[in-house]
Design a protein around this ligand. Structure first.
Ligand code: G3I
Length: 318
């Protein structure tokens, strides 16, 4: 097609986007751009625990099926997001009074049920999302870490691998794009897993950026993870701008989008570059950062920004 998809093939990089359930139902311009532009689709919310099992034992596969069937109908791969996270938990899990043993059983059953259902239909899973604490270079004290200890990470990866040996299994985090205490902690966790023979295939660098984000050590950081024998993925790329953004800020935004793609193209093990939604119409940013937005490749009326044009040009030239 004339879009971004297939343009990364020469360098083995799939260009992807997250897709929102509400947008998928729009059944118009959103789906046209989604199918034309991207090799890969990530379940932005559809496969999170609060959506798939809102009440214990009462599974709702409606929106995950809509996403997977759309991708299958359009020859796109699916990145499943996410199995183990401290957020997007249904109330019956987050506020339950379960013992650690019961939580471990619940987590195993959750992973085996979701991964088992989508066996062969999901190319890669963000098995563990955001396991590293924002400061202190340690594991985030999530519900899972507090109840199960650091072993929950290896357990989750082994359960996912048992449920679908063909799926690539990732650990995914934010604020780890540069060399810093957080990415050092992530590096040590992943190195330990590899040393212990735990099935982990890749690391996802979310890349939720602002114009102020310092990326001088991005290339060295991606390379050190690749040197562990892992695939690298840019999993949630966006560049938030203070509103209303100026043309100069759109140009600077394009510079960051292409800077990160260049780093991915420069590392052989970088297998995908995914944006976290492609249109400002459905971006999470304004909700999380009031006064900020304009973070995506297309504006709210699906008009491409300089970032889109520059990514397309970079892919053609690569
Ligand atoms: O599905 C319900 C809908 O039925 C209801 O009417 C509506 C209003 O309450 O809420 C809908 O669920 C929302 C869901 O997005 C739908 O897409 C949730 O309230 C809302 O919390 C959820 O937000 C998502 C958030 O993760 C929490 O799951 C954002 O869209 C999504 O962009 C964001 O993505 C995260 C990644 O998973 C991890 N990395 C950070 C990134 C940004 O926070």
């Amino acid at each position: 097609g004339s879009g971004l998809r297939h343009r990364g093939r020469a360098s083995g990089v799939k260009i992807g986007t997250a897709a929102q359930p509400a947008a998928m139902a729009e059944n118009g311009a959103y789906q046209a751009v989604l199918s034309q532009e991207f090799d890969s689709v990530t379940s932005e919310s559809q496969m999170k625990w609060d959506i798939v099992e809102p009440a214990r034992g009462a599974y709702d596969w409606t929106s995950s099926e809509a996403l997977v069937r759309f991708a299958e109908a359009n020859g796109q791969i699916v990145r499943g997001h996410t199995l183990v996270w401290h957020d997007a938990l249904p109330g019956w899990v987050a506020n339950g009074t379960f013992s650690p043993e019961q939580l471990r059983d619940l987590l195993r059953e959750h992973i085996q049920t979701v991964v088992g259902r989508y066996k062969g239909r999901v190319a890669a899973w963000d098995v563990i999302n955001e396991p590293i604490a924002d400061t202190g270079g340690k594991l985030r004290p999530s519900l899972w870490m507090t109840a199960l200890g650091p072993g929950y990470i290896a357990d989750a990866l082994r359960w996912a691998h048992e449920a679908d040996p063909g799926a690539k299994l990732y650990i995914n985090d934010y604020g780890v794009e540069a060399v810093n205490a957080k990415s050092d902690a992530l590096y040590n966790v992943v190195r330990g897993l590899r040393r212990d023979g735990v099935p982990v295939d890749g690391v996802g660098f979310q890349s939720h950026l602002a114009l102020s984000t310092n990326l001088t050590t991005l290339d060295a950081n991606l390379r050190r993870f690749a040197d562990l024998g892992l695939d690298i993925a840019i999993t949630e790329m966006d560049v938030r701008l203070p509103l209303p953004a100026t043309p100069a800020q759109h140009v600077a935004q394009a510079g960051l989008y292409t800077r990160v793609l260049q780093a991915c193209l420069a590392v052989a093990r970088c297998v995908s570059y995914t944006v976290w939604g492609f249109t400002d119409r459905y971006s999470w940013v304004p909700y999380a950062y009031p006064g900020w937005g304009d973070a995506c490749l297309f504006d709210a009326t699906y008009q491409p920004k300089p970032a889109y044009q520059q990514l397309r040009q970079l892919l053609v030239d690569s």
